[in-house]
Design a binder for this molecule. Structure first.
Ligand SMILES: Cc1cc2nc3c(=O)[nH]c(=O)nc-3n(C[C@H](O)[C@H](O)[C@H](O)COP(=O)(O)OP(=O)(O)OC[C@H]3O[C@@H](n4cnc5c(N)ncnc54)[C@H](O)[C@@H]3O)c2cc1C
Length: 222
């Protein structure tokens, strides 16, 4: 198994509980937008506690980037990571993943499930190939929307936010359920990319296929 110790170059806030981490990029280390690697912290006792995280920077940047949501309710890896500083080290490994771009369509994400789509959408934007791509992003509140300004600027009206707790703001209120998908998607004969909690993926995939989506064109982490 490939394994690299990499220094953290920069850390910044994305939302109240999400930070980006920019890292040294080992020579020859490459990834496909949407893919991930198993990451651990290079500190005593943490080296073998591996968690998967998705690369979010453009594939040709000189650094690697992760965008990581912290679970503060227990002292897991994400809680530790949010306490790291530039100069601290992570261990990264082989690149893996099932999510990659197959063609324009709907990207449907819940919370930190947006990360593979960040990488893909940034790459498409960079390559001027975003046309025909729409993003549906479910969160609890507007304060939870990861990279809200950047995604709004990239996608404009093709960025549809739905919030389960906030009401009365500029975004829709509710959940991504069958009625919402029926109203929002005029033609299910397209590509779909789905990422979020396991139950959300299973529920949405079921609805998409029920309404005519080709299961071969529904992309998700298996
Ligand atoms: C392919 C893939 C790519 C991913 N990419 C990203 C990414 O880019 N960014 C990102 O933020 N996440 C990503 N994730 C999710 C990420 O891997 C998890 O958030 C991470 O593993 C959590 O690690 P942890 O050690 O902090 O929490 P874990 O200990 O693994 O716990 C995870 C969940 O269980 C609960 N839990 C576990 N133990 C306890 C306990 N003792 N008390 C209370 N609650 C507990 C936590 O609240 C949390 O909901 C990805 C997942 C996959 C499968």
């Amino acid at each position: 198994m490939e394994q690299h110790i990499v220094s953290i170059l920069d850390i910044g806030d994305v939302t109240h509980n999400v930070k980006f981490f920019r890292l040294e990029r080992p020579a020859g280390y490459s990834f496909t937008p949407g893919h991930a690697t198993d990451v651990s912290i290079n500190k005593p006792g943490w080296e073998e506690k591996k968690r998967p995280f998705t690369f979010t920077a453009l594939a040709d940047k000189p650094y690697l980037e992760f965008t990581i949501k912290r679970y503060a309710d227990h002292d897991g890896v994400t809680n530790q990571m949010h306490g790291l500083k530039p100069g601290d080290e992570l261990i990264i490994r082989d690149v893996w993943g099932a999510i990659e771009y197959k063609g324009p369509g709907y990207f449907i994400a819940g919370g930190a499930g947006i990360t593979p789509f960040i990488a893909i959408l940034r790459q498409l934007h960079h390559d001027s190939k975003l046309e025909g791509c729409k993003l549906i992003f479910a969160n609890k509140t507007a304060g939870d929307i990861i990279y809200e300004a950047e995604l709004t600027s990239m996608l404009g009206n093709d960025f549809i936010n739905i919030l389960s707790e906030d009401t009365g703001g500029k975004y829709l209120h509710g959940r991504i359920d069958e009625a919402f998908l029926m109203k929002t998607i005029p033609d299910f004969n397209t590509h779909f990319y789905v990422c979020g909690p396991d139950k959300m993926i299973a529920d949405i995939n079921g609805i998409l296929v029920k309404h005519g989506a080709d299961p071969e064109r529904v992309v998700f982490e298996k």
